[in-house]
Design a protein around this ligand. Sequence first.
Ligand code: 3H9
Length: 701
Amino acid sequence: MSPPVIWNREGEIAVITIDSPPVNALGHAVRAGLLECALAAAADEAVKAILITCAGRTFIAGADIREFGKPLVEPLLPDVINQIEALNKLVVAAIHGTALGGGFEVALGSHYRIAHATAKVGLPETRLGVFPGAGGTQRTPRLCGAEVALRIMGPGAPMAATQAVKHGLIDEMTEGDDIRSAGLAYCQKLIETKAPIRRSSEDTAHLGDAKNTSLFETLEAEFAQKFKGEVAPQQCVRSVREGLALPFAEAIANERKLFLELMDTPQREGLIHAFFSDRQVSKIPEAKIGQARPLNCIGVVGGGTMGAGIATACLLANIPVVTIERDQAALDAGRERIDAALVGAVKRGKMTQEHKDALMNRSWSGSTDYAALADVDLVIEAVFENMDVKKSVFAELDKYCKAGAILASNTSYLDVDEIAASISRPKDVLGLHFFSPAHVMKLLEVVVAKESANDVVATAFALAKKLRKVAVRAGVCDGFIGNRILGNYLKCAYYMVEDGVSPYQLDRAVKAFGYPMGPFEMGDLAGLDIGWATRKRKADTLDPRERTVAFIDKICEQGWFGQKTGKGFYAYEKGVRGGTERPEVLAIIEASRAEASITAKSYSDEEIVERYLSALINEAANVIEEGIALRPLDVDQTSLYGYGFPRWRGGPMKYADMVGLSKVVENIERYAKEDDYFWRAAPLLKKLVADHRNFDSLNQV
Ligand code: 3H9
């Protein structure tokens, strides 16, 4: 195996090349190699400048985050960068691809920086629950001032090299194909012009920012609002504020101390789990075997909220769409919905008016005749959620779509196997469960039916990628992964309310945990009639042992369906954000509690959250054991991207691992004393506890 870092001399210039695929992350071997090469090159008397470059598709993508949480092995990155900056030979970083986190910190510790015009740079560490801890919180504000630095590091979004030039973080740009040659030429120019060695750590221009108390207070408040519950952005502000007032060496020591505090947080563990799950979730067996089919044009049956949202999502990804509706009036209404959603994209600056017009005029067409779907590669049926209606649509698709076209149903709970079995080509059928609004929500459940062909599943994942959505593979069952689990923790919420908790306390407790909304606010937003219809549909099949609560249906019987009727659990006023609590709702709950002869109990916020999440985790364990979800991480991703689970907790299965599975089982067994039908610890949970394993051990398969 060749070493990940080598150097060679080209005239007066030493070229250090880092070659550690896939992204040149700064693992131990790279750190050690970089330092060794830099010291050796500097010791060569013939060398006047040292150029740091990377092989492959990118400059260094940052510290190797697989090493986080493991014992530290020297040389540590801050020391490597400090020693490189201290060299008495010119050091130049030549950036292509992305220079992120520790990678950009290596560049900031170099004396000059050249970047390809297409490169991106940034300090995204807060997205992983830490902050730039290899001098980034000190060198960046010294170069561009505290405010600009914190607006880069707080949100952690990468920026174009052109933007970095404006902030003085990059010195030179090149558009040529070869970054190495451009770097060599730049070094040559610096040597010839006798450019001085210029260390970011010695830049004093912005040290005065340390006294700008109001700036730091403003940013703290802004980040607290924007990154609710997250500690890393706040700690980043602290490191900059304290560090600018200190001599550089002390500032770096302070940065290190604050960085190591972050490394020890569950938030860091949760966010890094989410980072890797983002990449694992699309690794599914079918995608390894099946080759995605072409996706040049998509049909959508239905122009209602869901169908229009799906059509908009495809158009936003520049995929032409044919919408089918049953009559001209419905088609016109569908067209208007799509148009309005695209106007929204123009207003938000996501596209120009011209582009929007071109999409509507050239990429979208509509028809009331299924024959218009003859050439599409994939059709998504988004009609009324009823098996007979869906089957009749699929019969038409079977008749008119070309051989090889994929036929997908956007159902949220119906049996996709039954739909598939009703036509002549079941292998081409699968479920694509979008979340509303479909052009905004990131989650797409790909429901793999018994007969779905591998290449059909692979195509669904390719579609999600084009739509910039997160596809999660799900099996067939009522509610698939997300709604099935949701159904269980909603029941738990209803039980707690009937037992004495106010829905408002429950919503507040769940929000304090990190969800953007509580279940009752969410019900009001989605429409309480949806759950009502589901409960009616399932009423006949309920096990007699299952506890039912009356208040939720009584609220629906009043015609209070939530935001769309102005009243639900909360009261809504036009033009006012959010709702207000309603004594009438509490009265209905009290009455139904009395009817069920329940004496109200009180629960602490902590107990509310513990029960709510126990119900989630327990049903999720069943979903995993039954193979509905491939791995625990698939449940985590579903919860993060479709149900508002706080990313910094990693996902509910990661959270369960951090709480400890034996504690989860212990809680469930305690609750089972009240209701041993609802609270039955999932066999998988018990098995993992008995084997001293956690959910994460099932992600590794
Ligand atoms: C840091 O730097 C801390 C310092 O301030 C202080 C230290 C003291 N480490 O995303 P892709 C893997 S924190 C380890 O699919 P793309 C990734 O898991 C770091 N592995 O490619 C995947 O593996 P697999 C701050 C990493 O082209 C493979 O590489 N830096 C790392 O779509 C390909 O990745 C960041 O937060 C890593 N740092 O996107 C940047 N990065 O093939 C994180 C990637 O087994 N990285 N992998 O699934 C990224 O944002 C993207 O990977 C990047 C490439 C944009 C670079």
